[in-house]
Design a protein around this ligand. Structure first.
Ligand code: CP
Ligand code: NVA
Length: 308
C-alpha cells in the first residue's frame, strides 16, 4: 500500500488506516532485520539527512535504516547548505530532489520543513522541529503496543513540558483511541491554538491537568521528556523552577497502574525530570523505545521512498 501523502511531517498527515500500515510493516520487518534477513528493497537510493540540532538516535537510526534497505545516507549540517540564507529553501529542495530519493530534516521551525516538502519532488520526513517529533511518537506507539498489547483504551500521561513530543502525542490521540493527559504547570501546557486545531481533526480524549499526582492515577504509560529542549538553553534556570514538582520518581510511579510502563524519548537529564530509580527501574522501557526508532523509521522510509 502507498501512503496518501508524499511526506511525513506530522502524525496527523496519516489516517488511522495508514498509521496501522506503518506499524504492521514495522512489526513484520523488525524480526527480519534482527536476523539480517531483511530484503534490500532500496539499492542505490540515498536519503539526505539535514541536522540543525544535535542527535544520537535520530541520526543513527535513519542512517542504519537506509543501509539495511540497501541504500545509503548523507549527513548534512547547517554549515554546508545554510538553507534560507545562502540559498532559498525552494532552490535547495529542487536541487536535492535531483540528487537524492528522500530528505530527512531536524530543525527549529516546522514552517521550514513544510516549505522544503512543498518544493521537493522527493519525500520529506520530519526528524524533529520545535513544534513536533512525529517519528519519535510513532515509534513510541509501536513500543507501547509491544509492551501493553495495544494502545487503544489505554491512558497515556505525559508529565512535563507541553513540547514537540507532547504535541505529537496529542496528534496521535486524534488518530488512536487512547486517553491523553498532560501534567504541565500553567504556562507550559500545549497552546490553545494547537489543541483547537487537533480537536477539529479527530476527537482526541485529551485533558490538561496541572496536578501531576492527580493526572498520573491509573496511567498505563507514564511519559516524560527534558524540561529544557534543544534551543531553549537560555531558559534553563527558569524552567528548573517551573517544573519542580514534576519529576517522575517512585512515588509518582506508585500512583500509576501496577503494570504501567515508563517512557522517555531520550536524551534524559537524570535527576531533573526523572530519577535514576525510575529510568533504570522495572517499569522503564526507554531502551526499547530507542531501538524501535530504527524499526519504525525503516518502515516509514520503505513506504515513502521509492524503492524497487
Ligand atoms: N529521541 C531523539 O530524537 O533522540 P536524538 O535527539 O538523540 O535524535
Ligand atoms: N523535547 C526534546 C526532544 C529531544 C529528542 C528536544 O526538542 O530537545
Amino acid at each position: 500500500m502507498k501512503l496518501s501523502k508524499k511526506d511525513f511531517l506530522s502524525i496527523r498527515d496519516l489516517s488511522r488506516k495508514e498509521l496501522d500500515v506503518v506499524l504492521d510493516l514495522c512489526a513484520k520487518q523488525k524480526p527480519l532485520a534482527k536476523q539480517f534477513h531483511l530484503e534490500q528493497t532500496h539499492p542505490g537510493r540515498v536519503l539526505a539527512c539535514i541536522f540543525h540540532k544535535p542527535s544520537l538516535r535520530t541520526r543513527l537510526s535513519f542512517e542504519i535504516a537506509m543501509r539495511q534497505l540497501g541504500g545509503s545516507s548523507l549527513f548534512i549540517t547547517e554549515a554546508e547548505i545554510k538553507i534560507g540564507s545562502r540559498e532559498a529553501t525552494k532552490d535547495v529542495a529542487k536541487v536535492l530532489s535531483r540528487y537524492v530519493n528522500g530528505i530527512m530534516i531536524r530543525t527549529f521551525e516546522q514552517q521550514l520543513v513544510e516549505e522544503l516538502a512543498r518544493y521537493a519532488d522527493v519525500p520529506v520526513i520530519n526528524g524533529l522541529t520545535d513544534l513536533l517529533h512525529p517519528c519519535q511518537v510513532l515509534g513510541d506507539i509501536f513500543t507501547a503496543i509491544e509492551k501493553l498489547g495495544g494502545i487503544d483504551g489505554k491512558k497515556v500521561v505525559f508529565i512535563g513540558d507541553g513540547n514537540n513530543v507532547a504535541r505529537s502525542w496529542l496528534n496521535a490521540a486524534a488518530r488512536f483511541d487512547f486517553k491523553f493527559v498532560l501534567a504541565a504547570p500553567e504556562g507550559y501546557q500545549i497552546e490553545d491554538s494547537f489543541v483547537d486545531a487537533v480537536m477539529k481533526d479527530g476527537s482526541p480524549d485529551y485533558e490538561w491537568i496541572p496536578d501531576a499526582r492527580r493526572a498520573v492515577r491509573d496511567a498505563d504509560v507514564v511519559y516524560t521528556d527534558v524540561w529544557t529542549s534543544m534551543g531553549q538553553e537560555g531558559e534553563k534556570e527558569k524552567r528548573l523552577k517551573a517544573f519542580a514538582g514534576y519529576r517522575v520518581d517512585d512515588d509518582i510511579m506508585k500512583l500509576a497502574s501496577a503494570s504501567s510502563i515508563f517512557m522517555h524519548c531520550l536524551p534524559a537529564h537524570r535527576g531533573d525530570e526523572v530519577t535514576d530509580s525510575v529510568i533504570d527501574g522495572p517499569h522503564s522501557v526507554v531502551f526499547d523505545e530507542a531501538e524501535n526508532r530504527l524499526h519504525i523509521q525503516r518502515a516509514i522510509i520503505a513506504l515513502l521512498v521509492r524503492g524497487e
